[in-house]
Ligand binder design. Structure first.
Ligand code: NDP
Length: 281
């Protein structure tokens, strides 16, 4: 591998140390930073993610409460639970683990969260503020990517950023953050013709498709920064969305695992502390 490995674990360790200090400062002021996580159903991947969020909170000195609801929970019951947490002054951040079971309307559920407690930044008010370059809760995965790029001194203003994927969780907020950071941004989706022609123009290429090998070395410019967001389980191993041969062509590359994934959890802690500090006034 010739590309410089962008070590999400090392950057996360640094960020988490900062988060611990921030949590201590809040506690010294009599505020216990508190994240509430709602998990509906028993999807194994979601349970793993929630478990790692709980552990990360504990290590940072952030209180976490996980509310586990059965898979057949009614929409009204879930929304009532969110309203309870909205009204609970001891709770600073609320996260509903996605995906939700099919019978639930995720858009309505997210809109029920108080935007001031929307730690994931998925509420339309926070997305709108991000689009307008106003202060907002920013979705953790793209926010973590921005921190990682900054830690590796990657210049964003003036660069051409190509994002493959336009989801609300990754691609869209990533595009907005990059626009706000003065990049020239191209966003691709499944209907983009000649994907390789576009990805080869990228100084910074972010790939978030959920499919292994979406981008191979022939689709990457020599020396480009490649951010592999994907987490794909295949034959018991974890793979990103980027093929292994990209490591020989890119200048910088995030590994999977150990790249973007840990940054996402670190940003969740940081966002929770932002909200606790903001609610303190
Ligand atoms: P979604 O399925 O919601 O979105 C995937 C996007 O990729 C869609 O916009 C889709 O286009 C586009 N796409 C899929 N295949 C292609 C293709 N061949 N060419 C061009 N565009 C394509 O996924 P998410 O954004 O939620 O997640 C993406 C990946 O990132 C997953 O592997 C997920 O596990 C991972 N992930 C990792 C996180 C981390 O912390 N590391 C956090 C969140 C996600 P269209 O809109 O046309 O369908």
């Amino acid at each position: 591998m010739s590309a410089i490995k962008m070590d999400g674990k090392a950057v996360t360790a640094k960020m988490n140390a900062l988060s611990r200090e921030r949590a201590q400062r809040l506690r010294a002021q009599g505020i216990e930073p508190h994240l509430a996580v709602i998990l509906v159903g028993d999807d194994p991947a979601s349970q793993t993610y929630v478990g790692s969020k709980e552990r990360a909170c504990m290590n940072a000195g952030i209180r976490s409460t996980v509310i586990r609801l059965p898979g057949d929970t009614a929409q009204e019951t879930l929304i009532e639970k969110i309203q309870e947490l909205n009204a609970d002054k001891s709770v600073h951040g609320i996260l509903v683990q996605l995906p939700l079971p099919m019978h639930l309307n995720a858009d309505q559920v997210i809109e029920a969260i108080d935007p001031m407690k929307d730690v994931d930044g998925f509420h339309p008010i926070n997305m709108g503020k991000l689009a307008l370059d106003l202060p907002a809760s920013v979705p953790c995965t793209p926010a973590g990517i921005m921190v990682l790029l900054s830690e590796y001194d990657i210049e964003i203003p003036g660069s051409h950023v190509v994002i493959v994927g336009r989801s609300r969780i990754v691609g869209r907020p990533m595009a907005l953050l990059m626009i706000n950071a003065h990049a020239t941004v191209t966003v691709c989706n499944t209907r983009t013709p000649n994907l390789g022609e576009i990805t080869r123009q990228a100084d910074i290429l972010v790939v978030a498709t959920g499919h292994r090998n979406t981008v191979d070395a022939s689709m990457v410019r020599e020396g480009a920064v490649v951010i592999d967001v994907g987490i794909n389980r295949f034959e018991g191993k974890l793979y990103g969305d980027v093929a292994a041969d990209v490591a020989d062509k890119a200048g910088w590359l995030t590994p999977v695992p150990g790249g973007v994934g840990p940054m996402t959890v670190a940003m969740l802690l940081s966002n929770t502390l932002d909200l606790a500090e903001m609610q303190r006034g």
